[in-house]
Design a protein around this ligand. Sequence first.
Ligand SMILES: [Zn+2]
Length: 439
Amino acid sequence: MPETDLGIRCDYLITMSSDQPQVQRDQFIGITGSKITEVGPWKNQSASTFVHARNRAVLPGMVNGHSHLAMTLFKGLADDLPFQKWLHDYILPLESKLVNPDFVKTGTELAALELIRFGVTTVCDSYFHMDVAGNALDRAGLRAIISECITDFPAPDKREDPGGDFRILDQIKERYSKHETITASLAPHAPYSVSDDLFRKSAEYSRKHGMLMNIHVSETAFEVQQSLEKYKKTPVARLHDLGVMNSPCVFAHCVHLTNEDMSLMAKCNTGVIHNPESNMKLSAGTAPVIQMLKHKLNVGLGTDGAASNNNLGMFHEMDTAAKLQKLAGHDNSIITAYEVLRFATLGGACALGLGDKIGSIESGKFADLIIVDLSEAHMQPVHNVLSQLVYSASGQEVCTVICNGQILFDAGDYKTLEPEAIIKNSQRWRDNIQKSLGQ
Ligand SMILES: [Zn+2]
């Protein structure tokens, strides 16, 4: 048996492999190459590199199940405006004018810095120029599903090149077909922006290449109303009837679902990514998460793009997800800290079709895990580490981030990225965006 490359003695270990809340004390994790090779009680095991996570919790890396990373460059640009004004006067015109490969590279790198700092090891990203985003995320060492956005409107990467989105899709499909951490996927944007024909074409592509489809679904009441008027069915029923849901799918948002929608999704094993902070900020509504669980849907959590959040960390998202359901359900026992921690880890992994590879700390799975410091005042005293992680932590407590067996962040240092250069580039883009707004 090869020697363990990295061994971690864990003061508190949360593997997420149990359905019931479980925190184990004084455990050991062995990592060899990219995989977890041992999980069990501490018995003086040895390893080439050894870490003693004293007064720290070790848990699976967070899975940010829905985002548009490059939009980080639009963060804080036009907040607190009515939704239609935000979208049509700012975001869409700026995207059409400015989004190019350098924008996507800089925005994705800036986002990767934030993801890593706040303990995210897997992200499902959809945007334009995903060949460029894939390069940036690969360099960062993150695990990512990169979804090329497909729409009927002239997206930035097919303005001068109609069909450019499917060409980029072909490229990333080839490049990442055997890649361990980057997976290519497609994102037909939403039922209101994609025609029946384009949905059929996307579903055929997905089926042929076994690719996940990542779609915004039933985000607003307006969208559902429009669908009922135009197609005489809900967005989910339309996607079902078009055959889209016969392919592997994950639906983001799902704020306005009927019971029939949820039954169809359960039947088709369609995953859900819940984005509570974006839904609150854009005033979209409260997703029926408790009913989703009753329908046995795989529920994950996402931040959505930073323009509608405004951060990419999952600790805030867990706190919000729990409190929003408690408020909406008029019952503070309706959801537990452990359940939302599950959304942010194994639930998200399962919703994205990665449940057998990541999302929990188990022998044979990829070594994606984080170490969280419990020693500061706001994390003490530790009566219940699960409560502390969900309701007290901000993500700044993450002190070590490991993805695919590789240390990406430790004791304040990034191991794969150069923050100064990335932040300088993002400031250059801030100036470009401001100049463009002034014109
Ligand atoms: Zn989105």
